[in-house]
Design a protein around this ligand. Structure first.
Ligand code: 13P
Length: 331
């Protein structure tokens, strides 16, 4: 199936109370691992490339592979720019065929974030691409998994600002700062669920939770019940891949089998993504006909239904034509 934009998948997730995982692609192994997990779990999936990862993965090189994989995949796939901060990154992603953009102006003053996000929305919507923005600021460093960060409360998203921001920018989803952070947490993260609840009541639109690694199942489930429809997850995959490599090296690894090492890293990533899809409750969304089928139909569920409807229509038209001809003959 072709790539879809994230409004196509997030609206359903928001309504049905599950979340679609947004998993960062940093190389071919991660791409294949994430797609394999999505296929096995029958889950829609968002493949993200973060601007901070451009130094590891060349967007123009990997995008054709992503498109090729998406075309052969039987679940909806969104191709998303994660934390796009520069005009160059956004233009490169649009040119390469990304279906979804995150513009992260959260380091800018409120009015400047709002004005720049509005321009990005105008540009992206004109070509059918959906936009996520960030208000408040979610701390941490996506590129360095080893950097431990804690959320800072004064940077949490304010409900009144969020209402104004969404109304004036027209964004399709909003990343909110409610106590999560990128990377590895120091101690147990404390999420401000009351704030999340208020944001959800005020905005009534898919909310995005960044910094998924390290949250408990209970935290994820509660956040989903309060309007979170997209969850960003990266560090957990990087740690799993690295651990798999470390274990293999500890067992006395033969350097000639470098592909074997990459393959173990890939399998570890697949396992982590599968587990997260269960936790996010997006697993099995594609196991039966649902609201996503008309835009996806990658597995052919709707194809089976369409000829029936079409056959019915043909029979009815034929019958009506014959009746009309008979009437004509009699008159
Ligand atoms: P983690 O690396 O903490 O899972 O966060 C990923 C993320 O939010 C990417 O935008």
């Amino acid at each position: 199936m072709p790539l879809v934009n994230f409004k196509d998948v997030l609206d359903d997730a928001y309504r049905q109370k599950y979340a679609v995982g947004s998993f960062n692609v940093i190389n071919m192994e991660f791409l294949e691992a994430i797609i394999e997990a999505a296929e096995r779990k029958r889950s829609p999936v968002i493949l993200s490339i973060a601007e901070v990862h451009f130094k590891y993965v060349t967007l123009e090189n990997i995008t054709p592979a992503i498109k090729y994989v998406a075309h052969r995949t039987s679940v909806p796939v969104v191709l998303h720019l994660d934390h796009g901060e520069s005009f160059e990154a956004i233009m490169r992603a649009l040119r390469a065929g990304f279906t979804s953009i995150m513009f992260d102006g959260s380091r800018l003053p409120f009015e400047q974030n709002l004005a720049t996000t509005s321009e990005v929305v105008k540009m992206c919507h004109a070509v059918g691409v959906t936009v996520e923005a960030e208000l408040g600021h979610i701390g941490g460093a996506e590129a360095q998994a080893s950097t431990s960060k804690q959320a800072s409360e004064e940077l949490f998203t304010k409900v009144n600002e969020a209402e104004e921001f969404v109304r004036r920018t027209g964004v399709d989803a909003l990343a909110v700062a409610v106590g999560t952070a990128h990377g590895l947490y120091q101690g147990k993260p404390q999420l401000d669920f009351e704030r999340l609840d208020n944001l959800n009541r005020a905005l009534k639109m898919p909310l995005v939770l960044h910094g998924g690694t390290g949250l408990s199942i209970e935290d994820f489930r509660k956040a989903i019940s309060l309007g979170v429809a997209k969850i960003n997850f990266y560090t957990g995959m990087a740690v799993a891949a690295c651990e798999a490599v470390r274990q293999r090296l500890d067992k006395g690894f033969q350097c000639v089998d470098f592909p074997g090492l990459l393959s173990e890293a890939k399998d570890a990533v697949t396992r982590v993504v599968e587990e997260q899809m269960e936790i996010f409750m997006s697993a099995n969304v594609c196991a039966k006909q649902n609201a996503l089928c008309p835009i996806c139909n990658g597995c052919g569920i709707v194809k089976a239904a369409t000829p029936l409807a079409h056959d019915d229509l043909v029979r009815k038209i034929t019958q009506a034509t014959l009746d009309a001809l008979r009437k004509l003959q009699k008159s």
